[in-house]
Design a protein around this ligand. Structure first.
Ligand code: AMP
Length: 458
């Protein structure tokens, strides 16, 4: 997953982009970058690392101008190298351009192969670089808007994009709207587009609305115009609500914290358990655990503490290191949990490493019973649209039944929320969301990159 931001018409554009990226750091910690446009030239600063490590005061002297775009990276396509940091900048027939992208293109390999056959050379392994090439090669079209429109019609998959040219900015979402993208009005002047509305708070912007699936917003001559590039066919990512987005953000029209809390309530209704205490796995299970506690009347306690100085445990290369990192990250409050029957709430089980470790840790700390409740269905299929999930073989629920997983993680009981209850919790229509990681039903795929392993409808 990644985050994108665009600032238009504010003299502190690059600073505001920086603050926005800082607020969206949770969406990607590998690399970050900002491009700004000033007097007909685009300048870019990007590097590996966290937003606060990358940008120094002197960078903002380079990043002048009243338009800027930015990105935080969490690699799901491409490599972990500086070349794969965004924005991607290029000089081409119409001048200069810089792009940031959240999402994954599913036909990227196919397009790249075609472009290379025609003589294109690539600097990175990122699917996003395809878009720059498609735009640059579309020389029959004289405007960038037409070229962007042509380019996005050739790619398939998930893309929330912000594109900066020397004098304009474009923001658009793929027809499915997999990834969020919202527009706000900055009180000190100009506009912001960002993956999450938590960025609006920090830069003092007022939420205007979400960009619609298939819509392109054009920022030009101090105005915003809208155009539908695709017929919308919403399939927004349900995992944004479950895990990814920050609880204070509103995504797809709803507040994430409230959605998660309601999921916890549904979990309590659907999967009750007799226990003394509801304990969240911090931070991902906190909102759902509060909902579970309110609905069930079982007291909520922070029985597990999280060390915030440990990075992600998820994509560590070996199982041994992953195990150690879970231990470094989470520890029990023994006095609270000793002799107690616990309902432990987390948002998801992926490989099973975290849950197994947590159950063992709580038992070692003296818990009498440990009942795991997951505020999402079992993850059975990888995401090809920008969420970092391992291969199908590594997903524990793709090869084990709920009872087998329960035994593996050594819990007294284990239960997952159903898709129907999630729908109830967010109070929306099922057809507006992508549940591919839970039901294997991929809204868009490409046989060249992966063939639909389950029951795809297309
Ligand atoms: P695992 O240990 O592999 O079962 O991973 C489960 C834990 O990872 C849960 O606590 C989730 O909150 C967290 N998680 C789930 N999906 C992701 C993701 N895409 N990136 C990072 N962490 C995740």
């Amino acid at each position: 997953m990644c985050s994108v931001v665009g600032i238009y018409g504010n003299e502190n554009a690059s600073k505001l982009a920086f603050y926005s990226l800082f607020s969206m750091q949770h969406r990607g910690q590998e690399a970050a970058g900002i491009s700004s446009s000033f007097k007909g030239h685009i300048k870019t600063v990007k590097n590996r690392g966290l937003v606060t490590q990358i940008f120094k005061e002197e960078d903002f002297k380079i990043l002048k101008g009243d338009m800027a775009i930015g990105h935080t990276r969490y690699s799901t396509a491409g490599d972990d190298s500086i070349l794969d940091a965004q924005p991607i900048f290029a000089r081409y027939g119409l001048g200069e351009i810089s792009i940031v992208h959240n999402g994954n293109l599913v036909n990227a390999k196919e397009i790249r192969k075609e472009l290379i056959k025609k003589g294109a050379i690539f600097q990175s392994n990122m699917d996003t670089e395809n878009l720059i090439h498609l735009i640059a090669k579309d020389y029959q079209k004289n405007t960038l808007k037409e070229r962007i429109t042509d380019a996005v019609k050739k790619v398939k998959g998930a893309f929330s994009l912000v594109i900066l040219s020397r004098h304009k900015m474009f923001a658009l979402r793929d027809p499915f709207g997999f990834r969020p993208l919202s527009i706000g009005k900055i009180r000190s002047g100009g506009y912001i587009v960002a993956s999450e509305t938590c960025a609006f708070e920090l830069v003092d912007a007022e939420f205007i609305r979400d960009i619609k699936p298939g819509e392109m917003i054009i920022f030009e001559d101090n105005e915003i115009k809208s155009e539908m590039v695709f017929k919308p066919s919403p399939k927004q990512c349900i995992f944004e609500y479950i895990y990814f987005a920050r609880p204070d953000s509103d995504v797809f029209g709803k507040n994430v914290y409230l959605a998660r809390k309601q999921m916890g309530r549904e979990l309590a209704k659907e999967l009750p358990v007799v226990a003394d205490m509801v304990v969240p796995v911090p931070d991902s299970g906190v909102a759902a655990a509060l909902g579970y506690s309110e609905e069930s009347g079982i007291p909520f306690e922070m029985g597990i503490m999280r060390n915030h100085y440990v990075g992600r445990t998820f994509i560590e290369p070996t199982q041994e290191i992953r195990n150690l990192k879970v231990k470094m990250k989470l520890s029990p409050i023994i006095e609270k949990i000793k002799g107690k029957r616990l309902v432990v709430i987390d948002d998801s089980i992926v490989r099973g490493t975290t849950s197994k470790r947590i159950v063992r840790m709580l038992r070692d700390a003296g818990a009498k019973e440990v009942h795991m409740r997951i505020a999402a269905p079992a993850t059975i299929a990888p995401c090809y649209y920008g969420v970092d999930t391992p291969t199908k073989e590594e997903l524990i629920a793709s090869k084990m039944s709920v009872e087998e997983i329960r035994k593996y993680i050594e819990a007294d009981s284990l239960a997952y929320l159903t898709i129907e209850s999630i729908i109830k919790a967010i109070n929306d229509k099922r057809e507006n969301y992508c549940f591919a990681c839970f039901d294997g039903n991929y809204p868009v795929y490409d046989f060249f990159s992966f063939s639909c392993p389950y029951n795809c409808k297309i």
